[in-house]
Ligand binder design. Structure first.
Ligand SMILES: [Zn+2]
Ligand SMILES: [Zn+2]
Length: 146
């Protein structure tokens, strides 16, 4: 294991025992691989179950976000999060839409729209073509910015 990897590993395991405020309910909990506390995690799993059972029925595929909320009681922003996390597929709920995190265009799949995805991909490709020297320069800029 290289020193860099070891460092990352130590940092990760330290974070495992880190105390944090749950972003949902603000209770203090031991941060582990869930981003929310156990209570909220269980609640979220139950909400996901409800939504999933609802959209599994073919007749409900055309439901809007509001209709899913009416039927399941699951808040719209939670449903949107399930879609962003990829737990609910766009073809399971084709009628919902929410803004792209990058440009605000309405989308119904993932976190960003296709054109932003394309732009980011080409940015990444450009990055691949940078010479080592340019990458070092970038790294220096990055560190001084911090
Ligand atoms: Zn919580
Ligand atoms: Zn976009």
């Amino acid at each position: 294991m290289s020193a860099l990897l070891l460092n990352l590993y130590l940092k990760e395991s330290k974070q495992m025992a880190e105390l944090a405020n749950c972003p949902q309910c603000n209770r203090i909990f031991v941060k582990n691989y869930h981003v929310v506390c156990d209570t909220c995690y269980k609640e979220e799993e139950e909400m996901f179950d409800k939504v999933y059972k609802f959209i599994r029925k073919k007749a409900n595929r055309e439901a809007s976000l509001w209709e899913v909320y009416e039927a399941t009681g699951v808040p719209e922003k939670v449903i949107i999060r399930f879609v962003k996390e990829g737990r609910i597929r766009a073809n399971q709920l084709p009628n919902i839409s929410y803004p792209c995190e990058s440009c605000g265009l309405n989308i119904n799949d993932g976190r960003i729209c296709n054109s932003c995805k394309k732009r980011m991909n080409s940015d990444l490709r450009t990055h691949d073509h940078l010479t080592q020297k340019e990458m070092d320069n970038n790294r220096i800029t990055y560190y001084t910015e911090k």
